[in-house]
Ligand binder design. Sequence first.
Ligand code: SAH
Ligand code: SF4
Length: 365
Amino acid sequence: MPETIFEKIDGGGELSIGEIAFLLGMEEKAGMEILFKKAYAVKLKNVGSKVYLRGLIELSNICEKNCYYCGIRKSNTLNKRYMMTEEEILKAAIWAYENRYGSIVLQSGERTDEAFINFIENIIRDIKKASSGKLGITLCLGEQEEETYRRWFNAGAHRYLLRIETSNRELYGKLHPADHSFDKRLKCLELIKKAGYQIGTGVMTGLPFQTLENLAEDILFFKKMDIDMIGMGPYIPHKDTPLAVEPFYPDFNKQYALELGLKMIAVTRIVLKDVNIAATTALQALNDKGREMGLMAGANVIMPNITDTKYRAAYQLYQNKPCLDENASLCRECIKKRIEDAGESIGYDEWGDSPHFRSRRNEKN
Ligand code: SAH
Ligand code: SF4
């Protein structure tokens, strides 16, 4: 069975849901190695071997929502809440610019009040001004109104990441309180695209209740939604969240979670071909070399954390997040070495748009 699927991949044929689920379920080392090699070849052919860096700024852990899996959910009172100042954010962004990162990601808990919307709008303008328009800005600030997405786009942000978390409505319902709406999240993806952003989404892999078929459907969802960038990562339990209570938390198997995350990157690369795919920090939380493994399985983007270390412990979406005490400069050296050791090169000073976005834009013009 795997041989016929591998032959189909070599011939460029379209994989069915069953075939995708089969690949995601492979547990033998030899089969997984072949899968990763094939995905790497598809990556080289479609996006090349350059790795693009996005400096990640986790600007606040204040959140209005209560996702059952997340360590900074509103009801987790054990968290000390913080909000970086405009100056601190600007300083981090300028650091990224001077270190030739090409672009940054502004991420935070979800807030929809006018003060926050204004704050973000101003900081986007400030960052654009300070970098003479050169530093690319990706936002990862959750569900917002159409008008807000537009305001932030007009201020200068050009990419937006909003993970659908799972494309299965029923599973979404099990992971969120009743007032969190799958339809609203879906609608937001459309609004983001309509506002003109390059659009990114993704899911968590290895969630409780999630099946391999669910994950296969997630990949076909990315394709159907014509997504430009994918940010996926293993779900990692956080002890102070409802989802991490028994029986799931003690059963968490790091190796299985890592391999499933890598297989998901590989199959997504094979099916979607020319999109950007991030090797996310959650992979590194499971294995010190997790992100490099992600690059070898088909990812081409890394998001080094450049948040001031004094805030990092308070931004733990999941437990054992790596690099909690490593400042941005140390992080830069470590990432450079890791990427070069993996035989790849860094796309310094480049926005690194996905070829998929470029062809989508050209089709529109
Ligand atoms: N509040 C925004 C952005 C910050 S959260 C939003 O939710 O869109 C960014 C991502 O962290 C989420 O999309 C989710 O996929 C991920 N995340 C949250 N808790 C996690 C956990 N326990 N394990 C792995 N990833 C998690
Ligand atoms: Fe808030 Fe995002 Fe965490 Fe949900 S995943 S609780 S929206 S920070």
